[in-house]
Design a protein around this ligand. Sequence first.
Ligand code: NAI
Length: 247
Amino acid sequence: MNFEGKTAVVTGGSRGIGRAVCLELAKGGANVALCYAEGEASAQETAALCAEYGVRAIALRCNVASEAEVKTFMDAVVGEFKRIDILVNNAGITRDGLLMGMKEEDFDAVCDVNLKGAFLCMKAVSRIMMKQRYGRIVNISSVVGVHGNAGQINYAASKAGVIGLAKSMAKELGGRQITVNVVAPGFIDTDMTAQMPEKVREGLLSQIPAKRIGTAQDVARAVAFLASDLAEYVTGQVLCVDGGMGM
Ligand code: NAI
């Protein structure tokens, strides 16, 4: 896939799936701007790894749940690269718990980052992409957003929400060569899932027809496809990258 001359913004690019997405896009020649909540060293390491592909890459701290910070971040990206062609809304958090015991602040925190964060970033790039008459947006959802999951009502709602955001924006801006799609990963081996008890991991693994846990690169390749010109007639779609788990 060729991304030469393109600028990609990846939220939550300091590690895990976000880092793999940055690298996959950089490998194709995209300049990369990534943001992160914490872990500056790791974020700078992602940028340095991207630069090894001969592209320019920057890593900036930005809380995607803050409209002011998102504006500052996007302004900095445009200042540096003059355009934004690709946006990958990957930043995400979990605050798991059953409905009965879930605190309002845990619901709000997850929706603020996962759902409102995606909305703010989409809004911030929309004018730029409309002017360019070109844009590729990929929201990272989850199989949990498609099927629901006990103990993750906040997370599932936020991840279902980013599907609604994508389909609506796809309808609003489809005529401007802007596509908006969703990748819904299944069980992927990252820091986010590393804390999972062994019994839960085994239980999940038994539900995956592919008989293995996914890698961040499995997800990144799907994102790269949807961000590429190979997918120019694909919009408003949800691509599950889950080894068949959600079938
Ligand atoms: P991770 O926890 O390893 O990385 C999350 C990234 O988001 C980090 O770079 C972090 O700094 C950033 N971030 C968190 N809050 C932020 C904020 N307020 N503003 C800006 N950046 C923020 O997570 P992982 O596993 O790489 O997941 C990435 C995405 O994929 C998330 O949206 C997650 O919900 C989704 N996902 C992950 C799955 C998995 O099995 N790991 C499965 C399905 C979806």
